[in-house]
Design a protein around this ligand. Structure first.
Ligand code: PLP
Length: 400
């Protein structure tokens, strides 16, 4: 027998396992609302026009396939931190940001977790309840202790701000607080600007270090600057923050693995040392980051015309999702007027957190071939107008 015969099967991933089940289904009506990946009205994956343009330019320029520096492509690093903090950011001008190109949002979070494990030993990371399921794996696998803070109130289908503040106040001083920069996954519920300010004040008073996960910049409001409000506010308030960025959703570069870890510090020397240690960590994980997607992002951000085209395509994606939100809400209201369905258009980003129980989700999947995560989240990025009625019927059948 095998030396590894004792290795047990790992459970399927709660999100990507849904895609596997969807692929295996033979139901002609099947609908994949599991993973947060944008689809066209025809339910096909979308490569943005601006990405194709950038790739044509890159091909014409005849780039080679040499290794990038450990910290990544310079043009990309400059572009990504400006996109995050704004083109006139004092922190950037003063050289107070350590920027490491990393393998998309996940890799950025992971190298951040490795940094915490090595240099902030014993510090607990507080994550929202609920959150994107991979956060627990990422910190847990690096041996970083994590705990939940209250975030979602099922009764109001809104933010449990009081619970959140209580939990972050009760956390030991100097903890790390993981925050979703915008378009919280899975709830679609974000703090208001006033509440963000209160969270920043709380972090400052407690010496907490915020760790922003920015996976949906541009997908909350359709506007890149507006969606960077929270991390910029915290930096403007003088807080030192970590920020993981992803270009999976907003540039549609899912499989290219494009992202960055930014550590904003209060002095440039600290930023230099931190970057050197991030490079040391990355060297032993992936050595150098991938070139192709980083060049695409740098081309797009670095060229005024392409940047405008990107913004309009992003607004188009956000607009299509907003449109199906409205259609789904109306379809549910007409079928089931005794319930309040307004949460569907109140929530923002790619998802709707429906409040369906795991049993109701099983009915959605087993009876209606609607594939979704068992926490009741549906990805509206995977819904088309033509499928709204089918989905509404399935939801009404499942919640009744
Ligand atoms: N963070 C959140 C909240 C996400 O929803 C996702 C993707 O679904 C990610 C990070 C990371 O994705 P990626 O590794 O593709 O950038």
């Amino acid at each position: 027998g095998s030396r590894l015969a004792g290795v047990e099967m790992a459970p399927p991933d709660p999100i990507l396992g849904v895609s596997e089940a969807f692929k295996a289904s033979k139901d002609p009506n099947k609908l994949n609302l599991g993973v947060g990946a944008y689809r066209t009205e025809e339910l096909q994956p979308l490569v943005l026009e601006v990405v194709k343009k950038a790739e044509q330019k890159m091909l014409a320029a005849g780039y080679n396939k040499e290794y990038l520096p450990i910290e990544g492509l310079d043009a990309f690093r400059q572009a990504t931190v400006q996109l995050l903090l704004g083109s006139d950011s004092a922190a950037v001008k003063e050289g107070r940001v350590a920027v490491l190109q990393a393998l998309s949002g996940t890799g950025s979070l992971r190298v951040g977790a490795a940094f915490i494990a090595r240099f902030m030993k014993g510090t607990t990371v507080y994550i929202s309840n609920p959150t994107w399921g991979n956060h627990r794996n990422i910190f847990g696998d690096e041996g970083v202790e994590w705990k939940y803070y209250r975030y979602f109130d099922p009764d109001t289908v809104g933010l449990d701000f009081k619970g959140m503040v209580e939990d972050l106040t009760a956390a030991p001083d100097g903890s790390i607080v993981l925050l979703h920069g915008c378009a919280h996954n899975p709830t679609g519920v974000d703090p208001t600007p006033q509440q963000w300010q209160e969270i920043a004040d709380l972090c400052k008073a407690k010496g907490h270090m915020p760790f922003f996960d920015v996976a949906y910049q541009g997908f909350a409001t359709g506007d890149l600057d507006k969606d960077a409000f929270a991390p910029r506010l915290f930096v403007d308030n003088g807080l030192e923050v970590m920020v993981a960025q992803s270009y999976s959703k907003n540039l549609g570069l899912y499989g290219e693995r494009v992202g960055a870890l930014n550590v904003v510090l209060s002095d440039a020397d600290a930023a230099k040392s931190v970057l050197s240690q991030l490079k040391r960590l990355a060297r032993a994980i992936w050595s150098n980051p991938p070139t192709h997607g980083a060049r695409i992002a740098a081309e797009v951000v670095g060229d005024a015309d392409m940047f405008e085209l990107w913004k309009s395509e992003m607004a188009g994606m956000a607009g299509r999702i907003a449109k199906v939100r409205g259609e789904l809400q109306a379809a549910l209201e007409s079928r089931c007027p005794d319930r309040d369905w307004s949460f569907i258009t109140k929530q923002i980003g790619m998802f709707s957190f429906t409040g369906m129980t795991p049993q109701q989700v099983d009915n959605m999947t087993n009876k209606h071939a609607v594939f979704m995560t068992r926490d009741g989240r549906i990805s509206l990025a995977g819904l088309s107008s033509s499928k709204v009625a089918y989905l509404a019927d399935a939801i009404v059948d499942s919640v009744r």
